[in-house]
Design a protein around this ligand. Structure first.
Ligand code: KMH
Ligand code: ZN
Length: 279
């Protein structure tokens, strides 16, 4: 478990699958827009870009070639940044659709380890689907970040870990505040942290109004933090963020206040146990 003074890894969730330009014009859709936003977030201190991609009309896709174009554009602008591809995609996508970006041998991906309500829909992750995604990621040497939207997701991740499908050390993102799943209060965070084995690393992604309060709580407890328009469109009540970079800046300000240095890209790769990039 990391110390409250340990380097802090900030992840920027710049796009997501659900938020739209109609809600916030700064949501990026195209490869150049994604690369511009990634560069701005990196400049503010983000070391990981959690990546979804869109069709030109903004609809979510997990298309391999769309991911390839986005990753290449991001790499051209910010070669040092860690790109984490989503295998969650959008509600209703098949496992074959969701795992397409793994064919590109990314260094990092997500793995949602349970099923929950997601607004008025259901984010469905039955065990055979979770195991199929984990098996494909493992076979290609892609490091996985567990996305835990609820307490049972953590228990499922521990089960997969015991079965050898999730390698050591576990790295878990507590995604709290999704309508229909666990809320983003500090008592929930403290309970979830208490369930982790020694050596696991953890972070929070607070959804909506929970984003910055949970970031502050995680920073104080030695955890890592994800912010960005995927999770929250506003920098303060009623004020749209000008981009994910503004939310990264707010999280970096919280880190400075708390005396947490921001991780360099090298430190972030070491803390996250990432393998060296293959080009
Ligand atoms: N869009 C959500 C339904 C992930 O990226 O791995 C799932 C999600 C998780 O965003
Ligand atoms: Zn996502």
């Amino acid at each position: 478990m990391s110390e409250p003074s340990a380097p802090l890894i900030l992840t920027a969730a710049i796009c997501g699958a659900e938020v739209t330009k109609a809600q916030n014009p700064s949501v990026p859709y195209t490869a150049p827009e994604l690369a511009d936003e990634a560069a701005r977030c990196f400049a503010e201190g983000a070391r990981v870009i959690h990546l979804h991609v869109r069709r030109p009309d903004g609809s979510p896709t997990q298309d391999r070639e769309t991911f390839r174009a986005a990753i290449e554009a991001i790499r051209d602008r910010v070669p040092e940044v860690i790109v984490q591809v989503s295998t969650g995609g959008a509600v209703g996508m098949s496992v074959d659709e969701r795992t397409q970006p793994l064919d590109l041998d990314p260094e990092f991906c997500t793995l949602s380890t349970g099923t929950c309500n997601f607004g008025d829909e259901v984010f469905s992750n039955p065990f055979p689907l979770i195991e199929a995604i984990a098996t494909k990621a493992r076979s290609r040497g892609v490091r996985m970040e567990v996305e835990a939207f609820d307490a049972g997701f953590v228990d499922n991740a521990l089960l997969l870990h015991r079965r050898g499908l999730l390698p050591d050390p576990l790295h878990i993102d507590f995604v709290l505040g999704v309508p229909g799943a666990m809320i983003g209060t500090e008592d929930r965070l403290d309970f979830l942290r208490s369930t982790l084995p020694d050596g696991a690393t953890w972070m929070v992604a607070g959804v909506g109004r929970y984003e910055l309060p949970l970031a502050r709580a995680a920073i104080a407890r030695g955890g890592h933090v994800r912010v960005g328009l995927e999770d929250n469109l506003f920098v303060s009540k009623g004020v749209l963020a000008k981009g994910s970079w503004e939310l990264v800046r707010a999280a970096a300000d919280l880190a400075r206040e708390a005396g947490r240095p921001l991780a360099t890209p090298e430190e972030a790769r070491r803390i996250l146990s990432l393998r060296p990039r293959r080009g």
